[in-house]
Design a protein around this ligand. Structure first.
Ligand code: HEC
Length: 452
């Protein structure tokens, strides 16, 4: 099925949208409904990521919102509550900035042992031009009282089943930062439906979980919010922990700024090149709050490093394109690496910093390339396990989403057991006597296995 058709089928069953969304191309669909898609490595060739390639991360089903009936409510510890229409917001002074938006879970699929969650590789990230109003200007209109400490965002998406609502806070100081926006345009176009039409939060330098889409409510709180997506999800230990070991969410902190990172977009891992011919190694690098200072490339497994040429286009929160030309003289199997450093001196690690939800992967990217006169025959991947169908799985597990979010997992029995409990709490109709059979089936089909 083409991505366009997949995308359209993602909308099937949802209420009629008043405006068509931009179809996506070339991406890897992680879930059809809720809609999650990651950008292909080709997408890194553009400085501004085209909307039809920009990744989408959605926790619930996409809401059907209309510009004419839209309103933003601002309340909590404020001097005067506000109700603003889209026109009210557009009459306020507009600000435009370029910023990377990266999902906190980008790169999760590379962690070992495997971690439950969407198995993003490199493409849950994009760089766009966002236009809207400063959140600080909206808060000034409402007059935040001295008690205000956190700013809670809620969107017009409604949870699937009994899943907790997606609501996130940022500290008041971050909300007042002049770069924090409420955006109604992306790359010069009306904000597309899957990116939060008509209004989304833009928090440059911070992970995408703060960039709440379909924003309808802002509430100023005098204490941290205790909803699921602040108290349990999107938390990071902030220190090295033993891989595979559970950490109490109370011992972790909310994910905030992105880490320095670079991706090699070309050549592709596993590709073959000819000796004596120049090879352009290229990609992008980005960081959280400190801009990228330099990118270095190694073609000899990290023994020696060469500076890459940085692209001319730069914005404080945007990514930086880079390239380096390498002419391999001898045939052989090479491992290319790229390592970025930001202005503050922070650089990428060579080994993963495992954390329980698999957030903020920024390990030095390695790409294996064969320099060869003749193509190398690669071993065929192992066929998928042949497991007889289980009616209970289809009936209980494919009621809210399709098989895609399930099939990408590589989980142990204990992890599947916890996942089925989580889904049952969210509304999956799994009776206690049916659970073992479903878990057995899941382990046989989607159990631990080497990465593709
Ligand atoms: C009541 C609706 C519902 C049912 C039924 C359901 N799920 Fe889910 N499931 C969800 C939602 C919603 C998500 C996406 C959550 C997100 O993106 O934050 C999800 C996501 C997942 C994921 C991706 C990882 C994660 O935890 O987000 C897996 C794996 C999964 N479900 C497995 C299952 C299995 C196995 C079953 C059957 C036992 C099942 N689901 C039944 C609602 C459901």
């Amino acid at each position: 099925m083409t991505n366009r058709r997949l995308f359209l089928s993602a909308l099937a069953g949802a209420p009629l949208l008043w405006t068509a969304d931009t179809p996506k191309r070339d991406g890897r669909v992680m879930s059809t409904r809720p809609f999650d898609i990651e950008m292909d490595l080709d997408g890194f060739a553009d400085y501004l990521t085209p909307i039809d390639r920009f990744y989408v991360r959605t926790h619930h089903y996409t809401p059907n919102m209309k510009a004419e009936t839209f309103s933003l409510e601002v309340g909590g510890t404020v001097a005067s509550k506000l109700t603003l229409s889209l026109d009210d917001l557009k009459k306020m002074p507009a600000t435009e900035l370029v910023s990377v938006c990266e999902c906190a879970g980008n790169g999760r699929s590379f962690y070992e042992p495997a971690i439950v969650g969407l198995q993003w590789e490199h493409g849950a990230v994009g760089n766009a031009k966002w236009r809207g109003v400063r959140l600080a200007d909206v808060l000034k209109k409402a007059g935040v009282t001295a008690a205000g400490k956190y700013v809670l965002f809620n969107g017009g998406d409604t949870p699937v089943g009994k899943m907790p609502d997606f609501q996130r806070t940022i500290p008041l100081a971050k909300a007042l930062d002049p770069n924090t926006l409420l955006a109604y345009e992306m790359n010069g176009e009306t904000l597309p439906v899957s990116h939060g039409f008509p209004l989304r939060v833009v928090v440059p330098g911070w992970a995408g979980d703060c960039w709440v889409k379909w924003l309808t409510n802002i509430t100023i709180l005098d204490a941290e919010f205790d909803g699921f997506f602040m108290k349990t999800a999107y938390r990071h230990p902030g220190k090295p922990v033993t891989p595979g070991v559970a950490v109490d969410p109370a011992q972790m902190k909310p994910v905030e700024n992105l880490h320095i990172k670079s991706v090699i977009a070309m050549p592709r891992d596993g590709s073959a090149v000819s000796p004596g011919k120049p090879v352009r190694i290229s990609g992008v690098a980005w960081s959280g709050l400190s801009p990228v200072a330099r990118v270095e490339v190694s073609v000899d497994r990290g023994r020696t490093w060469q500076p890459a040429a940085l692209g001319a286009e730069k914005h404080i929160f945007g990514w930086r394109q880079w390239s380096h030309t390498w002419t391999p003289s001898t045939t052989g199997h090479y491992v290319l690496m790229a390592r970025a450093r930001d202005v503050s001196g922070d650089s990428q690690p060579f080994e993963p910093e495992w954390n329980p939800s698999g957030y903020l992967w920024n390990v030095v990217h390695r790409v294996a390339v064969d320099v060869t006169e003749s193509p190398i025959a690669k071993a065929a991947p192992a066929p998928p396990p042949n497991v007889p169908d289980l009616a209970a799985f289809k009936e209980k597990c494919l009621a809210c989403h399709d098989e895609k979010p399930i099939a990408q997992q590589r989980l142990t029995r204990a992890q599947w057991d916890r996942e089925v409990t989580k889904m049952t709490n969210w509304g999956a109709n799994v009776k206690p006597n049916e659970k073992d059979e479903i878990v057995d089936y899941l382990v046989k089909r989607f159990g631990p296995r080497p990465r593709r």
